[in-house]
Ligand binder design. Sequence first.
Ligand code: SF4
Ligand code: SF4
Length: 248
Amino acid sequence: MSHSATSRIQEHIGDPVSDTPPVGREELEEIFQDIQADMRYDHELNGCLNCGICTATCPAAHYYDFSPREIVQLLWTENLEGIYDAMQEKIWSCAQCYTCAARCPFSNSPGGLIMLMRETAIKHGMESAKNVLRPFSRVMLKLISTGNQLSPDMITPDGFADWGPNVAKVDAPLATLRKAIPVPTLHTTKTAWEVNLKTSVELYTIWEETGVLDSLETIDENLFDVILDIMDEKRDDYEDWLDDQDDD
Ligand code: SF4
Ligand code: SF4
């Protein structure tokens, strides 16, 4: 049976909305329905006892004003304004460790539900998503241009001033530390591994087909333009390489 036939999506969502909602009811409903429409939603929310086991075992709840129990309750009770409010800040506190999913007696996955809310925040171009993802634009740029994610030697206080004092914790003497690790591929901090052109071009196709690039355009149009140029160049390089093979 298809997801649409089994989903709990309703024609009209009945929870009360205040006299002055942050955005119109129509948008609140649209956001909630986008979360519900994901095929993972029914799998990850089966009910909620409000028992708080997830929050008791959640590492993020120890450090932030954040509770997976609260997030699950908002979804379970279809509290549209509460969901929207949580998407402004709280959902970005989750570390995606899924300890909650391993402990919930209802087999819910609060971390998985939060992932759906994050994806929906990106889809709707929410300011919270833009603010949270801005520091990662360099990671995205490097991933697309080299096929590698951020290399450890890029993480320095100068390079990541917006990460605050915590960046100093990872600003370790990496070259020295890596020499102590007996795995040859870890002996460089420049790139994690070499990615060939064919793999890069295949990755671009995956990102296009799965909507990753659409999300990027919603969140950061300038970065999206830069990345499109890089992708075009890499695709041209790959075509040239294929032509060279034919000539040989
Ligand atoms: S996945 Fe998120 S909500 Fe769940 S335990 Fe980890 S940090 Fe907490
Ligand atoms: S999501 Fe699970 S663990 Fe968390 S409050 Fe609900 S029933 Fe309890």
